[in-house]
Design a protein around this ligand. Sequence first.
Ligand code: PLP
Length: 417
Amino acid sequence: MNKYVVKCPECGQVRDPYALHCPNDDALLRTEYSKKQIEPTDMPGIWRYYDWLPVNGIIEEGSGRPVTYKSEGFAKELGVKDLNITFNGYWPEKEAFIRTCSFKDLESFPTMQRLIENNEDRIMVVASAGNTARAFAHVASITGQKLLLIVPKNSTHRVWTTNDDTSSICTVTVDGDYYQAIVMAEKIASRDEFVSEGGARNIARRDGMGTVMLDAVLTTGSLPQHYFQAVGSGTGGISAWEASMRLIEDGRFGDNMPRLHLAQNLPCAPLYSLWTGIELTGRCPEEMHDDVLYNRKPPYSASGGVKDALDDTNGMIYGITNKEAEAAQKLFEQSEGIDILPAPAVACAALIRAVDAGEVKPDEQIVLNITGGGLKRLQEALSTKQLGVDLTVSQTDPDAEKKILEKVSELFSKGGY
Ligand SMILES: *Cc1c(COP(=O)(O)O)cnc(C)c1O
């Protein structure tokens, strides 16, 4: 029996394990694992949850995993009794070793492992506002997979690594926003020599992010009432929902579907607009507490997407102001004793609001996904280096695509590529 099959949740048919689309409908394909009860392994990092990752092998080096612990400080500030923090980042004292300090590593490692299993020798293209680029650069510098990163110019500071050999990576910055980087990446990825990582449609990304819920539930022993996360595309929310379905089917952790509380950063909050019908104006992404949370085309209405996840979990979406996020960040950092990225502060602010509004009761079980943190902690312990920018293009330049292709072939024809 195979470890897993990939099925369309809409029409129920089994698809190719690497397919991103169903020919019958627009649904996000989903993994079905033959093992219904998960057993944590003693393999390193994320591979602890190997049973429910769509891979048949692992990358030994460099992966970290979410770590769940019961909050004392932040919980006391909020007046809640069962707050479980799932920390994604670098915090050795808690055994947290994600070396890029965000949960995007949970996506990049399983995705890369599947490329290796599929004997992929095309160049992988990743468009990112920074944290995804860093996560894919990290894993590519370990495996040597050829990688083309397309990053908006203002996000370049986020693309750094703790590894030495980055010779398999070509970094291009676009003078534009994340959306323009995505458009450029899509053009390039449609060529024969390139392969796209697939975004929210990639089951390896979603099941990788699903390990946050797995870690939380295997640590506490039961499915929580509430799950809080800051979202841009909402993929992490979909992943938490899918992982919860598997955990309910597992049978040992109760049958409670956690309520998704997804937090967006105003004014650049398309999911919040779609959900509430409230129209927003503002300069995006300039006016944000964290622009990694800006995604202009989130997978909202596709079957198995964000809307279905919210409907099925009685979920909600919050629009969080910068001021709320800043205050929440300060409170979290002081009460928990670790620095966090600005994005998860948006989730902390949503939790504060939910408690104040009585949406969450003081003794209910809560999981708070800290999607990135420990960057200051990491910089005390390890040295980081910026990835060099190989090329900068303007989004209005008609020759931009040609210039990128030339740069890629120049870089990868050297050094045996
Ligand atoms: C990408 C990202 C998010 C949002 O993730 P989704 O894809 O919307 O689930 C939240 N926090 C951090 C730190 C991120 O990098």
